[in-house]
Design a protein around this ligand. Structure first.
Ligand SMILES: Nc1nc2c([nH]c(=O)n2[C@H]2C[C@H](O)[C@@H](COP(=O)(O)OP(=O)(O)OP(=O)(O)O)O2)c(=O)[nH]1
Length: 178
């Protein structure tokens, strides 16, 4: 059960639900997860996370969700961005955190699959509609910092290095869809 607040969207009463998600980095890779085939919006890729519980802070929420879903302890470092998206009768408000793993061994409790990918490969995965601006933002950062579009610029065969910059980004506002 998430924290639900009723808001008016185009004159219609809808539930507003707070969701947190984590952009987790390990060396030059980014963690993405695939929703289960039985989920609403099955098999799409997403950033792990979930709905805020009553009485919880957003940071507590992302720590709890990642532990529940992936058995990993993480630390949210900063807010990468926020966005809103309305699915039918609900308005979701997302806070995406830049996060690092503190410990644990990844075990998939709810997802069908999880992969550590290079930023340049983000375009090969079909993400949840609400995540599209986040994915674009991440791809844009890669281009802006590396000045390439997927080249292995440092020649080490890993498809290019992860720009250090994204994790300096505080409050990148990508408010869309509300
Ligand atoms: N975790 C996560 N949820 C996302 C993303 N993009 C996106 O549209 N969503 C949607 C799917 C859901 O409608 C909602 C979060 O739901 P969830 O199913 O992960 O939340 P939860 O773990 O609290 O699940 P539950 O207890 O309600 O089953 O946000 C994303 O990148 N990560």
């Amino acid at each position: 059960m998430g924290l639900k607040v009723v808001v008016l969207l185009g004159g219609k009463r809808v539930k507003r639900i707070e969701v947190t998600a984590a952009i987790i980095r390990r060396e030059n890779k980014l963690l993405i997860c695939q929703r289960d085939s039985k989920d609403e919006l099955p098999d799409l890729w997403e950033f792990p996370g979930g709905k805020l519980e009553p009485g919880e802070t957003l940071e507590d929420c992302i720590r709890r969700e990642i532990e529940e879903e992936l058995c990993l302890k993480i630390e949210p470092l900063s807010v990468f961005g926020t966005t809103g998206y309305s699915y039918k009768d609900k308005l979701l408000h997302f806070t995406f955190y830049n996060a690092v793993i503190l410990g644990g061994e990844m075990t998939l409790e709810v997802h069908r699959d999880a992969r550590w990918i290079d930023l340049k490969d983000l375009g090969n995965y079909e993400f949840m509609p609400a995540d599209v601006p986040v994915v674009r933002q991440l791809m844009g950062l890669l281009r802006a910092v590396a000045g390439v579009d997927g080249d292995d610029d440092d020649g080490d065969g890993d498809g290019g290095s992860w720009p250090e910059m994204p994790f300096e980004f505080e409050n990148v506002s990508i408010e869309v869809g509300e």
